[in-house]
Design a protein around this ligand. Structure first.
Ligand code: PEP
Ligand code: MN
Length: 339
């Protein structure tokens, strides 16, 4: 529930609303806005009786948030949330930042060469997993702490922001020391204790959609992070499991406008995992920007054929350069920009 105060409400009126919400056993969340203040009511799981609040002095109207997710909904916050992960790297505004890099951090030479290419082509952030959630326990699991050190080295040299995945609570604290944005992978989208942990850490979070998650599941997972006091969540569409093996996943681009309608959070697209095939990444990246994605996450590798994970969907450095040139044109056509 959201209590919208009138323009002339005093701070004593706002205090009285907060006190009433507390007395009802819920948590008030005052949100001062440019025009007027709203007070959110947190802690309910179902409709709340608003009779004690609606009549208080200074209350203009009471809005009942109809979705099970509250703080991530557009009803709660009509304007877009802009998530800034590092100076000049903001998701949710006019700019469409590109996060790129290899699937996994493999070696110093590999990550530095990737980082230089990302920077030179105009990418804003470097990706690369140090902790890898692999479907098989026998596949490369990532370099762990060493991988984080190599990402820190790449950041020191290029100034790129770092986006890298955390798989568990312990890893989240380690990742937070190096990353500008903590990635939660598709397989962990419903790891609620991990979501609470990254909510408490407070760093920006890139939350990937689970491979069998509905948009409602997805937004409820984001709600876990916001409910711990961290508003900086970037959603990421990365494709769904389907019956069709023609592509690795079914890349659900409809999710982009659907999420924009339901939520104020930015949503980026990952056509690399979404398609699983290098030659499909370019067309689907263009499509993602055209349909309103607030950013892109792209896998690329200096030698994709030698990659320890996801080589088939990784662009060469040259293909990545070409992609950035083409995306600028698409962005311009839809009134966005790629710096
Ligand atoms: C990744 O980004 O490399 C990754 C493991 O992605 P997902 O969680 O979407 O499978
Ligand atoms: Mn990958």
């Amino acid at each position: 529930m959201l209590v919208v105060m009138s323009h002339h409400a005093t701070s004593a009126d706002v205090d009285a609303v907060c006190a009433t919400i507390k007395a009802m056993g819920y948590t008030p969340a005052p949100m001062p806005g440019a025009q007027r203040t709203a007070v959110g009511l947190l802690g309910n799981d179902g409709r709340v009786d608003d009779s004690l609040i609606a009549e208080l002095s200074g209350v203009a109207k009471v809005i009942h948030v109809s979705n099970p997710y509250k703080q991530v909904s557009r009803e709660w916050r009509p304007e877009n949330t802009i998530v800034t992960i590092a100076p000049g790297v903001a998701f949710g505004g006019k700019d469409v930042p590109v996060i790129a890099g290899p699937c996994s951090v493999e070696s110093e030479a590999q990550i530095l060469e990737s980082a230089r290419a990302v920077k030179a082509a105009g990418g804003k952030a470097l990706r690369g997993g140090a902790f890898k959630p692999r479907s098989s326990p026998y596949s490369f699991q990532g370099l762990g702490k060493k991988g984080l050190e190599l990402l820190a080295l790449a950041k020191a040299e290029t100034g790129l922001a770092i986006v890298t995945e955390a798989m568990d609570d312990e890893g989240a604290h380690l990742v937070a020391e190096v990353a500008d944005c903590i990635q939660i992978g598709a397989r962990n989208m419903q790891n609620y204790s991990l979501l609470k942990t990254v909510g408490r850490i407070g760093k920006p979070v890139l939350l990937k959609r689970g491979m069998a998650a509905t948009i409602q599941d997805f937004l409820l997972s984001a709600e876990y992070v916001l409910s711990e006091g961290n508003p900086n969540v970037i959603l990421c569409e990365r494709g769904l499991r389907s019956f069709d093996s023609a592509s690795r996943n079914l890349f659900d681009l409809t999710a982009i406008p659907v999420v924009h309608q339901l939520s104020h959070l930015p949503i980026v697209a990952d056509p690399s995992h979404g398609t699983g095939r290098r030659d499909k990444v370019m067309p689907m990246s263009r499509a993602a920007v055209a349909c309103g994605a607030d950013g892109l996450m792209i896998e690329m590798h200096p030698q994709p054929d030698r990659a320890l994970s996801d080589g088939a969907q990784s662009l060469t450095l040259e293909q990545f350069r070409d992609l950035m040139v083409q995306l600028r044109r698409v962005a311009e056509a839809v009134d966005r920009s790629i710096a």
